[in-house]
Each structure stands twice: as C-alpha cells, then as structure tokens.
Design a protein around this ligand. Structure first.
Ligand SMILES: [Zn+2]
Length: 457
C-alpha cells in the first residue's frame, strides 16, 4: 500500500495543558509523555519553555528521556524565547523549535501593535535564529485563518526561505469551515515558492465543533502533519481530537487513504491516563473513547449486536483499546483478569505491586460486587502513590505514578472501602452508580502561572 503518511503532532502537554483545570506538574507530564510514546505519536510538543520554570523542566525532562519521537518546544518569535526553548531541548535526540507569531491584522494591531512589515521581518529573523541552533524548525502564523491571504503567503514564503521545515496553519480561534480551511491549504500550495520542500501542518480549534473536520479537509488538500490532543483538550472548546482524526482515517480509508504511526489500541489507555492525571473526566458520549462510545442500550441495537456486531459497530472496542465490557471484574476474577484489565488501562506492574493491588481488589469486590474501571484506577493510584504496607516498600520501584499526585484530591471510595488510609481526611464519596465515581471530583487548584501567559497558537 502506498498511502501518504501523516505526522501526528501531539500538543496535549502544551496547548492541551492550557485548558482550564488541565495543568500538570513535571512528573505528570513525563508520565503522560511516556504514554504518548507508546501510543506512537511522531512529535510531542512538551511545553513552552520560557513560560515558566515548570514548563522548562518538563520540556527538559521529556527531551532527555524519550528517544524515538521528536520533542518540540514552543517559542514566541524573539531571541530570548528561541534560546530558552533550545536550552530546554539540549538532551533531545530529535529536537524541534516551534516558533509562532500572529499575522492577522487584528492581532497585529491590538495585541502586538506592529505593522505587517515588522511582523514579516520578525518572523524571518526568529526562524533564521532558530535554524542557526536546530535543523528542525516549525513556524506558525498565529490566527492564520483570519490573516489576509496574500500576506499569509508572503510570511510563509519568507519563513521557508529562512529555514523553516514545517509550516503550521493555525485556526487559532476555531473560526474556519472545512472547505474554507482546505482551500487555504490549497492556495498556499499553489502560491508559495518553496512550499513543496516543507511539511504543511494543520492546527484547528473546536469552537464550532469543526476542529477534526477542518484538519481532515487540510489533509485532503496536502497537509501532512496534524496537530491534535488526547481527548481533544485545549484552549476554550479544545483542539482537534487525536483519537477522532486517527480513527476517521482508519475506519474510512476509502475516503481518507492515509497512514499514521499510531497504535490505536493505546488510544483508550492514553485517554484514561490523561483524565486521571487532570481529574477532568471525558464526556460520556465522546467519540471513540467516551464511556458510552461502545455502549448499546436500545433493545433493537442489543439484539442486532448479539447477532452480528457489524450491525451497529463501525469499529471494535478492542481496536481502540477499550476493555471488553462483557468482562466484568468481581470477587471471582482471578489475578490474571485483574492484571489484564490493569494493562488495558495502561498500567503494568511488578509481581509485588500486583499482589498488593489484588489484595485490595478482593476486599473491595467483596463489598461493591462489580469493580468499575474508575475504581480500579483509583486503587492503582493509591497503591502506586506509595500507600503500600511496610513490607512492600521495596517492591514499589516500578510504580507508574509520581508521588506528587498522591496529594491531589481523588475520590477515596476505594481506599475507604478497602480499609486503607483510615486516617485520611477525605470522606468516602461513593456515588449511587459506581461508574460515576470520577464525575464529582472537584477541579484541582494547581494552576501554573502559565494560564495568564500568552497562549500560543
Ligand atoms: Zn492552539
């Protein structure tokens, strides 16, 4: 097969983290970046190094620990930002500096207070400087979709001449329509000298619910990189959702004949891990990875499903890593079933840790009959965050969660039910339906300074 390969650029840790309530600390970001690596994303935008020391450290530690994916750091179009990004990327096997500068008249006039000429010059200079440090340079004309098209072409041509290797076209405010966005990509391909030597990228926001449709329209007109996030998190209504982009191409190759390097069975574990770290639950009807995405309740649907799943299922739950819902975990479930479910949720454990999880699982299952994924995740969190009995401490090295997360609010249903942490100040919060346990969690207050910072593309 000779399908064009689409580069999946994940910006969960940068644009995604800018959504309210989604801030993550350094260890949480590293943990998620490792999952993004397992998922097979090509580029991880790890942060905005000049925005805060925390962001700098996150980019630095991700760059130092991952070898396969490209690790990108964001920078405004000025020397200080570019230098700081480059400094954070020092340990990277495959670094990328991502420079952005707004190009729409409204941003130039009211935000930057510069002329088009100055904007053109600043973009060119910043890219030239980035290129003197790093071979892989991406440029984003922020608010590209509201930029005068002739001027946009001029800027893109200038940054390509200055050494940009990827040109990203952000629909920063989520204003574009699919055919319009596709047309813009086509126009750039037709009018910009040197565009065939660089990768064109999409970066679409979801203010009108069109981020995925716009991204796909861009791909159909020649974009070969898509910027997206897990669970579609991001500024305001979010970014294009990674899982939707990937599965649209996989389920409909007749319309979107493109390849990605994504291991689709890692989509659900990635989604769960992000929801768990940020405490921002996924909407139940979210495509691909929502709780109800594969639930069939109507009688006629259930009947059809039992006769042949293809009657109502365009992809299998297994293909996106959703655990088989028919496999209910209860007190008769064995260690193997428990280990398998943990693995499906993105957690592998050493024997001693699994022993501890199993021990608590049995106690819990005895009380609440059916153990839901949310309970299991909570229990995993509890054990992994160091609440092991003394004899187990030596076995905790393989823990998947950073200790810092232990201090964050988390429903205590499992630990309370299992008799652990009896002196914990949080009361048990089991709601009526066990599967709903994560819904009532208050947002954490660990905002970083970055939320008031310039918010990028
Ligand atoms: Zn954005």
């Amino acid at each position: 097969m000779d399908r064009p390969r689409i580069t999946i650029f994940d910006t969960t840790l940068r644009d995604g983290e800018q959504s309210p309530g989604c801030s993550m600390n350094v260890q949480e970001k590293l943990h998620l970046a490792q999952q993004l690596d397992r998922l097979g994303v090509d580029v991880i935008e790890a942060g905005f190094p000049i925005a805060s020391d925390g962001d700098f450290e996150a980019v630095q530690s991700i760059a130092a620990s991952l070898r396969r994916p490209i690790v990108a750091g964001l920078a405004r179009a000025c020397t200080g930002d570019v230098d700081r990004a480059w400094q954070a990327l020092q340990g990277a096997a495959r670094p990328r500096i991502h420079v952005f500068l707004a190009t729409s008249d409204i941003h130039l006039k009211y935000k930057l207070r510069i002329t088009r000429e100055k904007c053109l010059e600043q973009a060119r200079e910043a890219v030239r400087h980035a290129k003197s440090l790093c071979a892989d340079v991406e440029f984003s004309p922020e608010d590209a979709t509201r930029t005068d098209v002739a001027f946009l072409c001029q800027v893109v041509e200038a940054v390509i001449a200055a050494g940009a290797t990827t040109v990203n076209i952000p629909d920063t405010v989520g204003y574009s329509m699919p055919e319009e966005y596709g047309q813009l990509i086509r126009t750039l391909r037709e009018k910009v000298a040197g565009i065939d030597k660089v990768t064109i990228s999409t970066h679409c926001h979801n203010d009108l619910g069109l981020a995925v449709a716009n991204s796909l329209a861009g791909v159909q007109q020649g974009a070969r990189q898509v910027e997206c996030t897990i669970n579609g998190i991001g500024e305001r209504a979010g970014n294009a959702s990674l899982e939707e982009i990937v599965m649209a191409m996989r389920v409909r190759p007749d319309r979107y004949a493109y390849e990605t390097g994504i291991a689709s069975e890692q989509l659900y574990p990635s989604s769960q891990m992000l929801a768990e770290i940020t405490r921002v639950p996924v909407q139940p009807n979210k495509a691909i990875i929502g709780r109800n995405a594969f639930a069939h309740e109507a009688g006629i649907h259930q009947d059809g499903m039992l006769k042949n799943p293809l009657t109502y299922e365009i992809m299998t739950p297994q293909s996106v890593g959703v655990p088989d819902s028919r496999l209910v975990l209860g007190k008769h479930s064995g260690r193997h079933a428990l280990a398998l479910r943990c693995e499906q949720l993105g957690h592998q454990f050493e024997r001693r840790e699994l022993d501890e999880i199993y021990r608590r699982f049995v106690v819990l299952a005895d009380r609440i009959k059916k153990v839901q994924d949310s309970h299991l995740l909570e229990l995993i969190q509890d054990v992994s965050s160091g609440n092991l009995s003394n004899s187990d401490v030596a076995g905790s090295q393989g823990k998947k969660f950073p200790p810092a997360t232990a201090a964050l609010p988390f429903p205590r249903a499992v630990s309370a039910a299992a008799g652990a942490n009896s002196n914990d100040s949080h009361p048990a919060q089991v709601s009526g339906s066990a599967g709903q346990a994560m819904v009532s969690i208050p947002f954490t207050d660990h905002h970083s300074d970055q939320e008031d910072y310039l918010w990028g593309v």
